[in-house]
Write a protein that binds this ligand. Structure first.
Ligand SMILES: [Zn+2]
Length: 155
């Protein structure tokens, strides 16, 4: 059986270039570019982009709460929302989450698990693939080192 090393390795190199521990967010800002320009969506957009504000309350009529709900969902914002059923109108309480970051962390863990599997096949690989293999090991080593800072070893 003939294996197309070049194309296989090209794909692997592409994966390796993307395998990096996701950087932990340092504030609560998240990208938001909402198509709807109504007052509520502008307020929602400003809230999403605000690095310091984690919770925002919209005390608006039901149809406007539903509109906000729909916008959050449609745009995939990392925001949970809950209706506080007190007073009239009621209040939509929006709370930011780390959903995107959590998903990236999970993806990273999966990628490293795949690379570990691949690295275990080392013995069966021909010499010309050693360079790629070294990158596999480096990516795996990066995953094991502390999250912050680059801890390059001189040894
Ligand atoms: Zn709107």
């Amino acid at each position: 059986m003939h294996i197309e090393y070049n194309s296989e390795m090209g794909a692997l190199e592409k994966v390796l270039s993307k395998v990096n521990r996701p950087g932990e967010p340092t504030d609560w800002a998240q990208p938001a570019n909402l198509e709807c320009r109504c007052a509520d969506c502008r307020e929602l957009e400003a809230f999403a982009r605000n690095p310091n504000e984690r919770v925002h309350r919209f005390r608006v009529r039901q149809d406007r709460r539903q509109h906000l709900h729909g916008t959050i969902k449609r745009c995939g914002l990392d925001i949970n929302h809950q209706t506080e059923r007190i007073g009239s109108p009621q209040t939509l309480v929006c709370t930011k989450t780390r959903r995107t970051f959590d998903n990236r962390c999970k993806q990273y863990t999966d990628d490293i698990a795949s690379l570990n599997t691949l690295a275990a096949l080392e013995a069966g690989l021909p010499p010309e693939l050693q360079g790629t293999l070294r990158k596999v090991h480096e990516a795996v080593a990066r995953a094991k080192s502390p999250a912050s800072g680059s801890t390059a070893s001189m040894s």
